[in-house]
Ligand binder design. Structure first.
Ligand code: SF4
Length: 415
């Protein structure tokens, strides 16, 4: 049987990090990774977080089962969060899948030291797995268990290995990266880890943090982000809502006052910081006035980046039983209202970049533009900078380009 395999990684960057691990293990065993249709063995890393993601995973598996029926592939292996959550149902329903595996346990020893699923100049490093929070709408703690932090030695040795491959941007991920180290006996936290990574990654210019929990961002972390020249001044801070009653029903530990104080402190202390947040609309019982409060908050706070999710009723979560559930039509209306408001805010904020020189990282070489990002843009999540130039640039290059125009989410630059 051919040793060539492909891996389709669905879901979030945390899944992508797990997929990288599976690929590097198989490559170390002599298999050949090739992300095209000629592979006879296919792995699918699934997402089991919310309905939409579950549907996407099921559709991908069914498409591959069709390919297997038509003998275009020999083996199909399905793993990840969807399997962890629904193993019995999937095994019963999806005959033809050769093997099912749940989520990967955090393995200190065997880590991926190369980027397979991202361009070689940026990569994800998972620093912890699982979550100690118990947000009432979220199934992740049931899928991934309680938070487990990776030993700093394992992370630093992975960073050193990635540094040798010429990686320029390192993205640290977990379910709740701010809680990194809480399970260690000795006092060691995210700020301490950032200092170690700063020293270990000589070639690495950008260290990006994703999934910071507002309740656990403390002064030492804010200081480290403000003073560490390699840490992107980009704060990914999912707050989910702003109304105190809804935050309580979501079982979120923070309230409106706490969130406003934190955002004020971050904007005062970290120069030119960009804050990304995520919100949930249509949470059970969310009244018209509570939604209006959220809308007004978004208008006043002017987040540089914002993502909105429509509440997904997930079985085995606390919120599943909350009544009344908000109608789907109203959920969609609320989603559209916030997105429309944010589009205007983002366009306004992007205008402030025009005629400024900005450091960008080249991600792709297009036919008439180079695609790049500023430190304020996470890959596959935020906007891009389209660069016009006659000069020869490579992916992974950093250049300082002049912004000549701006759009809702993207910028146009000249170099
Ligand atoms: S902090 Fe995030 S991963 Fe943890 S329970 Fe809440 S939403 Fe889920």
């Amino acid at each position: 049987m051919s040793k060539q395999f492909n891996l389709i990684s669905l879901g979030c960057p945390r899944n992508l990090a797990d997929s990288e691990l599976i690929i590097s293990r198989l490559v170390n065993k002599g298999f050949v990774f090739s992300n095209n249709d000629s592979s006879r063995i296919v792995f699918v890393n699934t997402c089991g977080f919310i309905d939409q993601a579950k549907k996407e995973s099921i559709e991908a598996i069914l498409d591959l089962l069709e390919l297997k029926k038509s003998k275009k592939i020999d083996k199909l292996i399905v793993f990840g969060c969807l399997v962890q959550r629904y193993a019995r149902e999937l095994i019963g329903a999806l005959k033809g899948v050769d093997a099912f595996m749940g989520v990967l346990s955090l393995d200190e020893k065997r880590v991926s030291t190369r980027c397979f699923l991202t361009p070689s100049h940026y990569g994800y490093v998972k620093i912890c797995e699982g979550c100690n929070n118990n947000c009432s709408y979220c199934a992740i703690p049931k899928i991934k268990g309680r938070l487990k932090s990776r030993k700093k030695e394992s992370i630093v040795s992975q960073v050193r290995a990635l540094n040798r491959t010429g990686l320029k941007e390192l993205i640290l991920i977990g379910q709740d990266t701010t809680s990194y180290g809480v399970d260690f006996k000795k006092d060691y936290n995210l700020a301490s880890l950032l200092r170690e990574i700063y020293r270990a990654g000589k070639n690495i210019s950008w260290i990006r943090l994703l999934y910071l929990h507002p309740e656990y961002i403390n002064n030492s972390l804010i200081e480290e982000i403000a003073n560490n020249p390699k840490v992107c001044k980009y704060i990914d801070l999912p707050i989910q809502h702003i109304n105190d009653r809804i935050l309580r029903k979501m079982n979120r530990p923070n309230n409106r006052l706490g969130i406003e104080k934190l955002i004020g402190k971050i904007r005062r202390r970290i120069k030119n910081v960009a804050i990304r947040t995520s919100l949930i609309v249509g949470f059970p019982g969310e009244s018209k006035s509570e939604f209006k409060e959220l809308l007004a908050f978004v208008r006043d706070m002017k987040f540089e980046k914002l993502g909105v999710f429509i509440y997904s009723r997930e079985e085995n979560t606390l919120a599943y039983a909350i009544k009344p559930q908000v109608e789907a039509r109203i959920k969609k209306e609320r989603f559209a209202k916030i997105m429309q408001l944010q589009q205007g805010i983002s366009a306004e904020l992007n205008k402030e970049f025009v005629s400024k020189n900005v450091k960008v990282l080249i991600d792709e070489i297009g036919s008439s533009y180079f695609l790049a990002r500023t430190q304020y843009d996470a890959p596959d999540i935020d906007g891009n900078v389209f660069i016009k130039t006659n000069k020869k640039l490579q992916t992974g290059d950093f250049v300082s380009c002049k912004i000549v125009d701006s759009y809702e989410y993207d910028l146009l630059g000249e170099y």
